[in-house]
Ligand binder design. Sequence first.
Ligand SMILES: C[S@@+](CC[C@H](N)C(=O)[O-])C[C@H]1O[C@@H](n2cnc3c(N)ncnc32)[C@H](O)[C@@H]1O
Length: 531
Amino acid sequence: MKKKGRNLLAAFRQTFLTLQNMTPQAEAEAEIQLNAASARYSYNPILRWNPQVEDYFIKAYGSLHFAQISKALTRPSCYSCIRVNTLKSTSDAVIEKLQEIMRKSGSQNDVVGINLKENKPSNDIDLDMVEKQSSLQNESITKCQIPGLEYVVFVKGSGPHEIDYGYLPDKPPKEVLVSRKCAEAVLRGAQVYVPGIMACSSHVEEGDLVAVSVAVEQPFPDGGWGLGITRGTVLQGLPTDPYHFERHGLYIGQGTTMLSRAGIFRASQGIAVDMNNRVFKLPSFYDVLEGEIFLQNLPSIIAAHALDPQKGERILDMCAAPGGKTTAIAILMKDEGEVIAADRSHNKVIDIQKLAAELGLTCITTYKLDALKAVRKRNGSSDMTTLCCNKDNNDVVNQRSDSGPLGNGVTSTTFVGSNADTTFKENVSNEKANERTYTSKADIRKNTRRMRNGPGRNQSLGGRVENSKGFLPNSFDRVLLDAPCSALGLRPRLFAGEETIESLRNHDVQSILVRMKHWSDMLWTHTSSCL
Ligand SMILES: C[S@@+](CC[C@H](N)C(=O)[O-])C[C@H]1O[C@@H](n2cnc3c(N)ncnc32)[C@H](O)[C@@H]1O
């Protein structure tokens, strides 16, 4: 790959020098400029850390190993991992469809030699799976070889590639500068969308070829980190440009603009640059086989698999949004039983509902719930919007949306067990009594706001989220806790300066764990990306 890049540069240099008919001194100067340009228009990021965190890791790993980890973090994984929705399709069918899609879109050049073989799963646990998987690495789309995980499919990408951005000493390429989050998505195969663009060369028209670079947070003189660039800034291709030096070695590819410069900064959404020449070539799965597949990292798939959910069970998934593991669990249960998916964020709960609907799953019930307050006391007050289920004595009052995950919120109540009727009546009378005697200030504020602004985001998004006040002990057959973590294992990562030693230690996992021991002996925690 490196050799190809050097050859490209040498050929370009030769053409350039011949065309210019230069003196030896001019030739030497041009050579220096070209070398500088090839270093500038490259992808060679250096990950910035908070100095204390950096020291901590260097002590833990040694400086060489930590430098290698830091470099690896700035690159995307060289394969995409797909979980097949086995209720709707099979790995073989998905592989065939993906091959066809790639053939049609011409993206088979992005992945290494499409040459699918039937990889029969093996039950022989003595096989060295890693070796077996690596022997398949020349194939671009393969089924996972780990027994039981045949519903996982890998699509191999490639990179880093060297790109000729068409630099000439007196004519730098037209450019767009994108935000870090946008660049991280582009490195994983996404297009450049309008909101991701921070700055752009002047006179960019629709259909222009542009070099795409990334604006990474810089240290502020008075402490902290920031971008220090206003959206809409004009780039001249000169050293006086904002971020001229800061984006050295931070070029992620070349694309064709779908809008003019004015259009880019006027529009609020849509693709701004069609990335046709990428430093990392990974296929995009946006809108591909919707409902049949889900893009998910292998450790997350394994976490749900290791929980070993069974048909008909009642399973709690704490910290569930956006629902990757929830839906994996529901599929392993063949959509029979109940998965309670809880998250503390209202909008994220709606994301779980949307994903469940997209994958056609009906056994998922969602709740907005803070995991830190999730154990319900036996003598706690009844709450009509709460699932209060005791698996052992069959007292269940389960109120949920009648109209499915994205319904209009008309509610119904389901009862199971001999005490259910009494519980319901008590709930109703408690609620009526509460209604008569007390309306909280928060409710008054909410109603006033509603009258002024209309129905609010619940209705505008078409979803309804039930609050939960927690669950009684022994409510579940199995519990998955995917507590928020540093996410430092997610790649690619172009900036890590905001993590502090304190923030790394303060993730909720410990405190949630302490409370969760009440619910189930079958507690599985997923902490693969936690430190
Ligand atoms: C690592 S993500 C979960 C990913 C998810 N399990 C999946 O596989 O798609 C962590 C989630 O925890 C939620 N969260 C953070 N603190 C929480 C708390 N105290 N109670 C409930 N959810 C919480 C966040 O909103 C976030 O959606």
